[in-house]
Design a protein around this ligand. Structure first.
Ligand code: ADP
Ligand code: MG
Length: 237
């Protein structure tokens, strides 16, 4: 059993002048390799703060965070940025594609920071474009694609560096429900292939696609739901 994420008593305090806001008030949980988690909770409960920490965009005020066994809670900015580039993949609500680049070029972006040769990067990007069903549209720019297609480019980009963890922030938030279902089906497929995923959502039906749902309240974990077990527990009528 390998833990990809190990959080121990993570606290995050934001200081604004004389004011202190405890956005995370001691969060402890572990994500095992290959698991699919969702994070839910009302606005202000600490979801974004937690995702920023998981994504090594910020450090905890106190507590431990190990990502793939690495102590990332105490790393400097330079090392954190290297961890983001080599160990993490990000999928955002607003896709965050570069408008001037075509599908293949967008998928390649994370590889530029790693000294991967242009030829190898192109091969990898093409392989992933096909995997997400965009093998015929590799030279399209984002504005020529539907929202669902843009999110598939973003998913391919998130996978291009073979990350140990994919983080998704409201990945279906900008999509109609049918397209959202397609994107969730794709995340399921990645999970079936062994990808470890943590996704923030405020929609219960989206959250239930994950194996486990971490419910946040006031910077704390209110509960951890096992979506697979609770489905089995439904009584037969
Ligand atoms: P959520 O994503 O669940 O809505 P957040 O993590 O964004 O919650 O916020 C948790 C708490 O921390 C809120 O009270 C919010 O106002 C506060 N907060 C978040 N980011 C900052 C920041 N950069 N500076 C000050 N307070 C912040
Ligand atoms: Mg938020």
């Amino acid at each position: 059993m390998t833990n990809i994420v190990e959080l121990v008593d993570v606290v995050k305090v934001y200081r604004m002048g004389d004011n202190e806001v405890e956005a995370l008030a001691g969060v402890t949980f572990e994500v095992e390799k290959g698991e699919f988690w969702s994070i839910m909770g009302p606005s202000g409960s600490g979801k974004s703060t937690l995702l920023n920490l998981l994504g090594c965009l910020d450090r905890p005020t106190s507590g431990e965070y190990r990502l793939g066994g690495k102590d990332v809670a105490h790393m400097n900015d330079h090392d954190l940025s290297a961890v983001r580039g080599t160990m993490l993949g990000f999928v955002f609500q607003s896709f965050n594609l570069i408008q001037q680049l075509n599908v293949l070029e967008n998928i390649e972006v994370p590889l530029f920071y790693q000294g991967v040769s242009p030829k190898a990067a192109r091969e990898k990007a093409l392989q992933l474009a096909r995997k997400v069903g965009l093998g015929e549209r590799t030279d399209h720019r984002p504005f020529q694609l539907s929202g669902g297609q843009q999110q598939r480019v973003a998913i391919a980009r998130a996978l291009v560096n073979d990350p140990v963890l994919v983080l998704a922030d409201e990945p279906t938030g900008n999509l109609d429900s049918r397209t959202g279902e397609e994107i969730m089906a794709m995340l399921h497929e990645l999970h079936d292939q062994g990808t470890t995923i943590v996704m923030v959502t405020h929609e219960d039906d989206v959250a239930q696609h994950a194996q486990k749902t971490l419910v946040m309240r006031d910077g704390r974990i209110l509960e951890i739901r096992d979506n697979e077990t609770s489905a089995e527990e439904v009584p037969l009528s």
